[in-house]
Design a protein around this ligand. Structure first.
Ligand code: GLA
Ligand code: ZN
Length: 685
């Protein structure tokens, strides 16, 4: 069993803080002192500074001003607030863009941007890289021994792409390296004989463009991989001076929930993962949908570093200014969503931003300190309440989530699924597909890790890999050895179609998964959104599963080879074809779900499968829709989080003895207030 391992020896507790931009208030020094008072009042212990401070740090080329930052870090430290220090590369001063236009990004249409906004820079530009190296080195030299420095925050939300000449050249070099300088290999991988696309010189290759090539999936995939590698390379160079001068200070970079970059690759080069979570609470659907999707992203980012706690680097304390309709968080929702992150493995709750800006584009975005400037607001009270709660939960820092399920979510697979022309338009949302298989476990309160397809699977009892359209080399073998040694695997329709280059597997689908599933998928029927087919259980019923379920959108027409048929289609010309099968391999089992089934099927099937695999729920208890439970543990003591994502009181009936944080027995039930939560404990079994 793993042990509790807090992320920061000098601050071994849960972090609470915000993005802090004191340079916006440089001309009003009283505000700086008032901020210190308010930070103590809100029970914060970290602030992230410097994300977009380049023009305050280097107002003119080569002229540096660190005085304001010295003063801020000193003041904060004296007030018990540690610094998460960002490198400023996310936005550059106008002088830099004016003097060195190459630092500005070029769009896919081959038009160079003007100076403006942020994140508008070329990751290849040697000038930009050099300017970033200089300022990062100065920051590291100056603050390496500052007692308040806790963590480096590299840039901000890396993302986007640049199509300039420098990037085109870098892309060609990347391709030459990937294909061993062999253009023929590239031509084969991209299938360029089709439509006379065969390249005869590396110089002929251009990045994808709406005014050029945008239908060659092999090119699209490699371009996205290049953008990931180039951005990662840029980040590695940002990190270099920091690690050289301050080797003991960990680094992170804040991820977004969705991005063109494959953050899995970036995560390999940072010490810890952090991300910015902005769920659309109180939108048109039930809040538990939003909660479930948010939980999925938390789990995904927790899983990128083997389950090590992550940081919730940003969230809004009230509303955003960029969602079409940003409703205020209903009473309770702020604490609930903050504690939800902690339940899923975050060791922090942080906000964008500390004090609301007076001008420019984010002046109307929620902040801890409103324009009114004092603490007598609902939002400030909510934040302070979270601060108090995190203080009480100190011993949770460094605990982990004991997941027995791995859900495969692989962003390259998503690129391929969504980039393919067919089998349906509008194209499929891979994330939605995966979420349909995450939701049943979320409802049951069963923790799951969310992994890319190339991760080790040892130690899991169940692996679910929905829509594994792309199968990368080694994946089928890894899945097979997992199953042979007793694991249970679930695969679905539209799997085993293409290899890592988007070349279709010949010889029958699901390609390299065919032996594992024991089925041959001959054809796939696409249904109109309003169309339905249904599937019915065969024979005595598997695990007592009976009745029929409706299916929609995609129906695989499969033949059972070595697999046993559990359910069959009930309608259309493929009535009687298998719709759910199980194949026994070694000590384990492989299930194949042939069609997109209604949520009732997902709930029933996965509920029974989890029980069959002996998978534990976070807590033995009963609750209604919209309530959720999650667990973290230090190996000896479990922390059970109960969440109510509805606007009604919700009872929870316990089927096992639990205690509250003070050790008092919890009895056999609890009432969760609307948007309320409760944290209980028990000894680990
Ligand atoms: C992102 C950025 C922040 C801020 C927030 C607003 O997460 O990192 O700088 O713009 O969005 O929601
Ligand atoms: Zn570029």
């Amino acid at each position: 069993m793993r042990e509790r391992k807090p992320l920061f020896p000098k601050l071994p507790r849960l972090l609470h803080g915000a993005d802090y931009n004191p340079e916006q208030w440089m001309h009003m020094p009283d505000i700086w002192d008032e901020d210190m008072r308010l930070m103590r009042l809100a029970k914060t212990n970290v602030m992230a500074i410097g994300m977009f401070s380049w023009s305050s740090l280097e107002p003119r080329e080569g002229q540096f001003e660190f005085g304001w930052l010295d003063e801020t870090m000193d003041k904060m430290y004296r007030n018990g607030v540690y610094t998460i220090l960002a490198t400023p590369s996310g936005a550059r001063p106008p002088w830099l863009a004016k003097k060195y236009p190459e630092v500005l990004r070029v769009r896919p249409e081959r038009v160079r941007n003007l100076f403006g906004t942020r994140h508008n820079h070329c990751y290849t530009s040697p000038v930009y890289r050099e300017k970033v190296r200089i300022i990062n080195t100065l920051l590291a030299e100056r603050y390496q021994d500052h007692p308040g420095l806790l963590l480096w925050h590299i840039s901000n939300e890396y993302g986007g792409e640049c199509h300039c000449g420098l990037c085109q050249n870098a892309f060609r070099l990347w391709l030459q390296n990937k294909y061993g300088n062999d253009l023929d290999r590239l031509n084969k991988a991209w299938y360029t004989t089709f439509w006379s696309h065969t390249y005869s010189d590396w110089e002929e290759i251009e990045s994808p463009s709406p005014i050029g090539e945008f239908k060659l999936q092999g090119l699209q995939l490699d371009w996205k991989r290049f953008v990931t590698d180039q951005s990662t390379d840029f980040m590695i160079r940002e990190i270099e001076p920091l690690k050289r001068l301050a080797p003991d200070i960990p680094v992170t970079t804040n991820f977004m929930s969705m991005c063109i970059i494959n953050y899995e690759r970036m995560a390999e080069h940072v010490d810890l993962v952090s991300w910015d979570s902005y769920p659309r609470w109180h939108d048109r659907g039930p809040d538990w949908h939003t909660a479930c999707r948010t939980a999925f992203v938390h789990d995904r980012y927790r899983s990128l570093k083997d389950g090590q706690p992550f940081l919730l680097m940003e969230s809004t304390p009230s509303m955003t200014n960029w969602q079409e309709v940003a409703k205020l968080k209903r009473p309770g929702m702020h604490a609930l969503s903050s504690i939800q992150a902690v339940a899923h493995g975050s060791d922090s709750v942080q906000y964008f931003q500390w004090r609301k800006s007076r001008g420019a584009s984010e002046k109307l975005h929620g902040a801890v300190v409103d324009h009114s400037g004092h603490e007598h607001t609902r939002v400030f009270r909510d934040v302070a309440e979270v601060g108090a709660c995190l203080e009480r939960l100190e011993t949770i820092a460094g605990t982990f989530v004991p997941a027995e399920i791995a859900l495969i979510y692989d962003i390259e697979n998503g690129w391929a699924v969504e980039g393919a022309e067919g089998p349906r338009k509008p194209n499929l949302s891979y994330e939605q597909e995966v979420l349909r298989h995450y939701e049943p476990f979320w409802k049951l309160g069963i923790p799951a890790d969310v992994l890319p397809m190339d991760r080790p699977l040892d130690g899991y009892k169940l692996v679910v890999a929905p829509m594994l359209y792309m199968v990368k080399p080694g994946t089928a073998e890894r899945l097979e050895s997992f199953v042979r040694s007793g694991g249970t695997l679930v695969l679905t329709y539209w799997s085993g179609i293409v290899d890592e280059n988007d070349l279709v597997f010949l010889g029958g689908f699901p390609g390299p998964l065919r032996r594992l599933t024991g089925v041959w998928a001959e054809e796939l029927d696409a249904l109109y959104p309003e169309d339905r087919n249904s599937i019915g259980m065969k024979g005595p019923g598997w695990e007592g599963l009976t009745g029929t379920y409706s299916v929609s959108l995609m129906c695989d027409l499969i033949h059972a080879e070595t697999a046993e048929v559990i359910a069959e289609y009930k309608e259309d010309f493929y009535q009687g074809y298998p719709a759910l099968t199980v194949n026994r391999i070694g000590e384990g089992e492989v299930y194949y779900i042939a069609a997109r089934a209604e949520p009732a099927f997902q709930d029933d099937f996965y509920g029974k499968l989890a029980a069959r695999c002996g998978i534990k729920r976070s807590v033995r208890a009963e609750w209604a829709e919209g309530v959720n439970a999650h667990v973290r543990t230090d190996g000896v003591r479990d922390y059970i989080f109960l969440h109510n994502f509805t606007d009604q009181e919700q009872p929870v009936a316990f089927k096992e003895p639990l205690r509250d944080l003070e050790g008092t027995p919890a009895g056999d039930s609890a009432i969760l207030p609307p948007y309320g939560y409760q944290i209980l404990t028990r000894e680990r079994e």
